[in-house]
Design a binder for this molecule. Structure first.
Ligand code: UN1
Length: 486
C-alpha cells in the first residue's frame, strides 16, 4: 500500500477534496500524497476579510466565542484522523500528532473563556467629575503564516484568539503541508455552518509558495501579520509590515539551552533532554539544541545520553515505538550534515525518506554552528564550572526563545529565573525546553522576534486599545492644571 492509499480515506473522512499544481510530499518516503490548487487572488481574500470584519466586529464577543466552541467540538471529533494526517504530511510520530491536535482543542477552550474576559481598565482621572477607562476593540484582518513543523496548531493559537477578538483570519500555511491546512479549513467550515450567521470571508486560507505570503504581508488591509518560521523569513516580513505601520507578531528561530547543575536529578534530566532534543526529529522551534553541563557531572550525563541517543527508535512515524521520525526533506538533511559533520548517522528506515539518529556533539567553545539554529536533532554539549558562566552561555546567542535549568538548588533555580538569569521568553525548571502549554504566553526575545501568542494576555495583540476620558460635569478642567482665558 502506498502512502497516497493511506492518505486517501483520511482526507475523505476530513472532507478534503480537490487537487491542483501544489503537490504534498510525505517525508515518510518522499511520495506525493495529494495536491491542492495554489491561490491566485490574495487581494480578493484580503477584500473579503475586510468585508467580514465590518460584520464580525459588531458580533458580541461571547457570541464570537460560540464559533470557537463549535470549532473545538469539530476538532475533538476529528482528533484521530487529523493527527494521522499530521503524521503523514509532516512526519510527526503518532503521539505528537495527537498532541498537536490537542493543543488546538486547548486553545479553543481557552479562547471560549476569554470571549467573556476581554477586560479593560477603569482609571482614576486627575480631573474633577471625570473618569477614564480603556476599551479593547477588534483590530482587523489577521494574516497567519505558519511553518511545516506545526502544520495545524499554530493556526489555531492565532485563529482562536483572533476570532474571539473580532478579527477575520487569512492563513498562509507552509507549502510543505497544504493538506493539513485544507483539512483544518474543512473542519472550520463545518463549525461556521453550525454557527449559522458568520460573515463570508471570516476564515480563509491562501495556498502557495513565498509569493502568496509576500502579497499577503504587503496588503494594506491586513492589520496584523502573525508569522512563524525562520529568522530569515522574519527579516523579510518585518520591514514590509513596519513600512505600512501594521502590527507584527513574530515567532522565529530558537537556539534553546538547558543548564544541568551538580544537584540535578539526572534520571529526570536525561528523559527531559532526550525528548526535547530528539523529539519531533529536532524540528521544533523549542527543540533543545545546547546542553550546558557542570564539569562535575558532565562525564556521567554525557555517557548516559550517548547510550540513550544510540538506543532511540528512529523510523516510520506511524509505528508506535518510534520516537524520531523523518526530517522534512533532503534540504533539512543537508543542513544537518553541514552542522553535525562526522556525527551524522543516516538510518535506512523507509526508502525515500531522510531519517537520522539524533547527534550528540561535544564542543569546546560556543562558536560557529553552535550559535545557529539547525532544524535537525543535533545537541551540542558545553561544560561550565560556575553558574554565572552557564547563564552567560545560555544568553550569548542571538536567539531568545526557550531555556531550562535542571537543579534541586532553590537559589540556583531562582537566579536562573531572575532579571539577571535567562534572557529567553520561556525559562523552565526541571523540565525540557519544548512542549509549552497554551495557558502561558509563548514566544521569545532577540532574533526570535519578540511576539507572544497563546495564553496569558497575548490576546491584546489582536485588539486595539482605546483610552476614553469622559466628563460628567459642567466645567472643563484641563489635565496638568493648564489654564487658559478667552
Ligand atoms: C514551534 O516549534 O513552532 O512548546 C512551536 C512547544 C510547542 C510549540 C512549538 N507547544 O514545543
Amino acid at each position: 500500500m502506498t502512502l497516497a492509499d493511506d492518505a486517501r480515506p483520511i482526507l475523505k473522512q476530513l472532507g478534503v477534496t480537490g487537487s491542483g499544481s501544489l503537490e504534498s510530499r510525505s517525508p515518510i518516503d518522499g511520495s506525493v500524497i495529494g495536491s491542492v490548487a495554489p491561490s491566485t487572488d490574495v487581494a480578493g481574500a484580503c477584500a473579503a476579510a475586510q468585508a467580514a470584519f465590518r460584520d464580525w466586529r459588531n458580533v458580541p464577543a461571547p457570541r464570537r466565542g460560540e464559533l470557537v466552541r463549535l470549532l473545538g467540538e469539530e476538532l475533538r471529533a476529528a482528533k484521530e484522523p487529523l493527527a494521522r494526517l499530521v503524521t503523514l504530511e509532516c512526519g510527526k510520530i503518532v503521539q505528537e500528532g495527537l498532541g498537536e491536535v490537542q493543543e488546538m482543542i486547548d486553545i479553543c477552550d481557552f479562547a471560549v473563556g476569554l470571549s467573556r474576559q476581554l477586560y479593560g481598565l477603569t482609571i482614576a482621572s486627575e480631573r474633577p467629575e471625570h473618569r477614564m477607562m480603556e476599551q479593547w476593540h477588534p483590530l482587523g484582518p489577521v494574516a497567519v503564516i505558519t511553518a511545516f513543523n506545526f502544520p495545524v496548531a499554530v493556526w489555531a493559537w492565532n485563529a482562536a484568539l483572533a476570532l474571539v477578538c473580532g478579527d477575520p483570519v487569512i492563513w498562509k500555511p507552509s507549502e510543505k503541508t497544504p493538506l493539513c491546512a485544507e483539512a483544518v479549513m474543512a473542519l472550520a467550515r463545518r463549525a461556521l455552518t453550525r454557527f449559522g450567521d458568520a460573515p463570508d470571508g471570516l476564515l480563509q486560507c491562501v495556498q502557495g509558495r513565498a509569493d502568496v505570503g509576500e502579497a499577503l504581508v504587503a496588503d494594506q488591509r491586513v492589520a496584523l501579520v502573525s508569522a512563524t518560521g525562520s529568522t530569515r523569513m522574519g527579516r523579510a516580513v518585518g520591514p514590509v509590515v513596519a513600512g505600512r505601520f501594521a502590527r507584527l507578531l513574530l515567532e522565529l528561530g530558537g537556539n534553546n539551552a538547558a543548564i544541568v547543575a551538580p544537584s540535578a536529578d539526572l534520571t529526570l534530566a536525561e528523559r527531559a533532554i532526550l525528548f526535547s532534543a530528539a523529539g519531533t526529529a529536532g524540528q521544533r522551534c523549542t527543540t533543545l539544541r545546547r546542553l550546558i553541563v557542570h564539569d562535575s557531572i558532565a562525564d556521567e550525563l554525557v555517557g548516559r545520553l550517548k547510550t540513550l541517543f544510540a538506543q532511540v527508535r528512529v523510523g516510520d512515524p506511524r509505528d508506535l515505538g518510534t520516537l524520531v521520525g523523518p526530517l522534512i526533506d533532503e534540504q533539512a538533511f543537508d543542513a544537518m550534515r553541514q552542522a553535525a559533520g562526522a556525527a551524522i548517522e543516516r538510518v535506512e528506515a523507509v526508502d525515500g525518506g531522510f531519517y537520522v539518529r539524533p547527534a550528540l556533539v561535544e564542543v569546546g567553545a560556543q562558536e560557529g554552528r553552535v550559535c545557529e539554529e539547525t532544524f535537525a536533532p543535533i545537541l551540542y554539549v558545553l561544560r561550565y564550572s560556575d553558574l554565572d558562566e552557564a547563564i552567560d552561555l545560555n544568553n550569548a546567542v542571538s536567539q531568545g526563545l526557550s531555556s531550562s535549568i535542571f537543579t534541586n538548588d532553590l537559589r540556583e533555580a531562582e537566579r536562573f529565573l531572575s532579571a539577571c538569569g535567562s534572557d529567553c521568553g520561556i525559562a523552565n525548571v526541571n523540565i525540557g525546553s519544548s512542549g509549552a502549554e497554551i495557558g502561558g504566553a509563548f514566544g521569545g526575545e532577540k532574533e526570535t522576534g519578540g511576539g507572544r501568542e497563546s495564553g496569558s494576555d497575548s490576546w491584546r495583540a489582536y485588539m486595539r486599545r482605546q483610552t476614553n476620558t469622559i466628563n460628567r460635569g459642567n466645567e472643563l478642567p484641563l489635565a496638568q492644571g493648564v489654564k487658559f482665558d478667552i
